[in-house]
Design a protein around this ligand. Structure first.
Ligand SMILES: Cc1cc2nc3c(=O)[nH]c(=O)nc-3n(C[C@H](O)[C@H](O)[C@H](O)COP(=O)(O)O)c2cc1C
Length: 232
């Protein structure tokens, strides 16, 4: 028998717009299932503009993020303190780890927000997500959260073009318009069909919540499924 209206909190950060598109689709799917969605966007205190101003700042960012540098964030808005049946933590992979703003969220806010609640990590990355997910699982569990499932979206493009393309894109270049590179790297980020797929998955998650079903039983996981040897 259906239960009373379910509420989902989505805590999210996006640097180059990919997670933002995934979260919009996920939220739309959840809403289609009758779930109320609150989106909490983590706001870095220091402005962070995409793309960066060239190769050197990109290398510096890669190095800093490799050491899991935190980026301070503004206080969360008060609606985030409400009652939720699921907390989604969505963001990009930065050097095999969560992004700086999500790390700050884990340090400061996650203990109060996820304690004793089901949590669904959502990761946007070019393809290397395993260390990120393992770290998130560990940190969320340490806060008392129950990681019930996960959703990972990788960029649907072959290596080495994917890594080269992402690096150049972050550095402010346009690899998808380069006369030679564009043949192997037609676009940055997730495809429209992936975004559409996430909307459908959001609907599935929403329906499971509405009907009190086990979220762990849903087939979420990695999209598209990584070819052997291509996922770190
Ligand atoms: C500093 C930095 C480091 C990154 N490191 C990784 C990485 O280790 N593995 C990976 O798969 N993608 C990595 N990426 C790519 C992003 O995860 C990917 O482009 C993601 O889709 C961006 O999401 P966003 O637009 O929501 O920020 C990195 C991006 C940045 C900016």
């Amino acid at each position: 028998m259906p239960v009373s209206q379910r509420r989902v909190l989505i805590v999210t950060f996006s640097f180059s717009g990919q997670t933002r598109a995934l979260v919009q689709a996920l939220a739309a799917g959840l809403a289609e299932a009758g779930v109320q969605v609150v989106v909490e966007r983590l706001q870095p205190l220091a402005p962070l503009r995409f793309p960066l101003a060239g190769i050197a700042p990109t290398l510096v960012m890669m190095l800093a993020t490799f050491f899991r540098q935190r980026l301070a964030i503004a206080p969360l808005s008060s609606p985030a303190a409400g009652d939720f049946q699921l907390v989604v933590v969505a963001g990009p992979t930065w050097s095999y780890s969560p992004s700086g703003p999500v790390l700050s969220f884990l340090d400061r806010d996650a203990p109060a927000l996820v304690h004793d609640r089901p949590v669904l990590p959502v990761i946007s990355c070019r393809g290397y997500w395993r260390t990120h997910l393992a770290y998130l699982r560990r940190r969320l569990a340490a806060c008392g959260g129950r990681v019930v499932n996960f959703l990972v979206l990788t960029h649907p493009c072959a290596e080495p073009w994917r890594t080269l393309g992402v690096f150049l894109k972050i550095a402010g270049r346009r690899p998808e318009r380069h006369p030679l590179l564009s043949r192997f790297y037609p676009r940055y980020g997730h495809s429209r069909s992936q975004i559409e797929e996430v909307r459908g998955l959001g609907r599935c998650v929403g329906e499971a919540l509405v009907h009190g079903e086990d979220l762990a039983a849903l087939r979420l996981g990695v999209r598209p499924h990584p070819p052997a040897g291509n996922a770190q």
